[in-house]
Design a binder for this molecule. Structure first.
Ligand code: ATP
Ligand code: MG
Length: 450
């Protein structure tokens, strides 16, 4: 690759110091004042040039991790495969990476690759130029120099940015082999920025995608969250499927999407959930990864549940077994941290309780600490199934707005209508149903819906 260093002066670009976070500036100044080189790099520079608000700020320097640590009291050194310094300001983290260099001739304790070419250790330090060539895409290798506010570009990143082009730096096959997660990153940036991939960056994904099978499942989970909860989840999902990558991460979900018996429901619920997620993020609301994982695996879980029922298990028992089964199987592809898998199960297990509220149980369901997530899940299911649960959803929506006494009476009425109709005299039953508002009647009716 021909390398041409370009320096874009302060006057020729749109990044201003005002747009950089105070914490990132503090880090850059302190490194500079201690005599080190200090640059803002990666998504911070890229997004500012595109007029977007960066998600975080990454810094590159010639100071070694220990030297960085000695400059900042609030510094933690992290990572084995790739040693980094994190400077912590409360919840805000500025990542400081020492310039990386080529691996040739270095000892395996600093630089190591497996037989497929995957980098398993990357702690060889180098120059600014070498660092640029080890980054993934040209648009991610633009360096904002705190000394004179210029931008340094070794990879024609500025040109690619203007062309809306996502281009892997260097020999694309080698770079994908070094780190197959770059394929997922390519999809994520293409979706987020609405950029085209250049020919090779695009084509080689189809050839090399199976290399993702060797990536540690915890890293794949992290990347999955970035893909689906980064504000552009729906587009990422569509692109992942186009590139045949989704099935490598979620094979049971992909199979369910393609199963004619799913009647399009699997795809519908995922797309609807991602649309909602993207909207929530756009309006500054929080999102929970467990909720979306519960969506992804809901129909696959059902398929297992039906199998368990065929084998003679009762409905609830089958639901519990299927939840366990599906989560265990998924963990071979992406890990699911325990706090999330617990919540996924709670959301699933609450669905029959929400669908068939009874006098005895409804109050307990309402008090469940996961009620809100379970209820949102029911609303989501309703929104993709021709408003099948409309009456139920209204009932649960209403009960949340009432005080305890009214809630209890709503549950009470529910019980009367449902549980013991046979034991009641005709006269009493008609009295009860007159007393009850229409909700309890509709609940009895809708509770029989599946
Ligand atoms: P965002 O933070 O918006 O997701 P980003 O480009 O800043 O995007 P980070 O994961 O924060 O992405 O990484 C910061 C920078 O580090 C990248 O821009 C890129 O230059 C480099 N980088 C990150 N991951 C890799 C990788 N797997 N291979 C090569 N370079 C990488
Ligand atoms: Mg970043």
């Amino acid at each position: 690759m021909k390398i041409k260093k370009q320096i874009i002066s302060k006057k020729e670009h749109s990044v201003s110091r005002d747009a950089i976070s105070n914490n990132a500036l503090k880090v850059l100044y302190r490194l500079k004042d201690a005599g080190y080189q200090a640059y803002l790099v990666g998504g911070g520079v890229r997004d500012l040039l595109l007029g977007e608000k960066p998600k975080d700020f990454d810094v590159a320097t010639d100071a070694h991790p220990e030297e960085v640590k000695s400059l900042f009291r609030n510094c933690r050194l992290i990572g084995r495969r790739f040693r980094l310094a994190h400077i912590l300001y409360g919840r805000d983290v500025i990542e400081v990476a020492t310039f990386r260099g080529p691996h040739e001739g270095k000892s395996p304790s600093h630089a190591d690759q497996n037989k497929e070419g995957r980098i398993i250790r990357d702690n060889v330090f180098g120059s600014l130029e070498e660092d640029a060539l080890r980054r993934d895409f040209s648009i991610n290798a633009l360096y904002y120099n705190i000394r004179d506010d210029s931008i340094v570009d070794f990879t024609s990143g500025m040109n690619d940015l203007n062309q809306k082009m996502l281009r892997m730096i260097g020999d694309v096959e080698v770079r994908y082999r070094e780190d197959p997660v770059r394929m997922l990153r390519a999809v994520r940036f293409a979706a987020k920025l609405d950029f085209q991939m250049d020919r090779q960056t695009h084509d080689l994904i189809f050839e090399l995608k199976n290399l993702l099978e060797d990536i540690p499942v915890a890293r794949l989970f992290d990347e999955t969250i970035k893909l689906f909860q980064g504000g552009y989840g729906l587009r990422c999902f569509q692109l992942l499927r186009e590139y045949q990558l989704f099935g490598l991460l979620f094979p049971m979900t992909e199979a369910s999407i393609n199963n004619p018996e799913s009647k399009g429901q699997t795809l519908k619920i995922i797309e609807q959930a991602l649309k909602n997620t993207d909207e929530r993020i756009a309006s500054g609301k929080s999102v929970n990864p467990a909720f979306f994982m519960a969506v992804l695996l809901w129909y696959p879980m059902h398929e297992y549940k039906n199998r368990f029922i065929e084998r003679g298990e009762h409905e609830m028992e089958a639901l519990l077994s299927a939840s366990r089964e599906v989560i265990t199987r998924q963990q071979a592809y992406t890990s699911i941290p325990k706090r999330f898998s617990l919540m996924m199960r709670e959301i699933w297990h609450m669905q029959p309780q929400l669908q068939h509220p009874t006098r005895k149980r409804a109050m307990r369901t309402l008090m469940n600490r996961r009620f809100r997530a379970g209820y949102d899940f029911l609303l989501l299911r309703n929104s993709i199934s021709d408003a099948k649960f409309d009456v139920l959803c209204d009932w649960w929506t209403e009960i949340q707005t009432k005080d305890k006494a009214v809630q209890e009476s709503m549950c009470e009425q529910l019980g009367r209508g449902q549980k013991t109709p046979k034991r009641r005299s005709k006269r009493r039953r008609s009295k009860v149903s007159k007393q009850n508002n229409s909700d309890s009647k509709s609940i009895s009716h809708s509770a029989s819906q599946k």
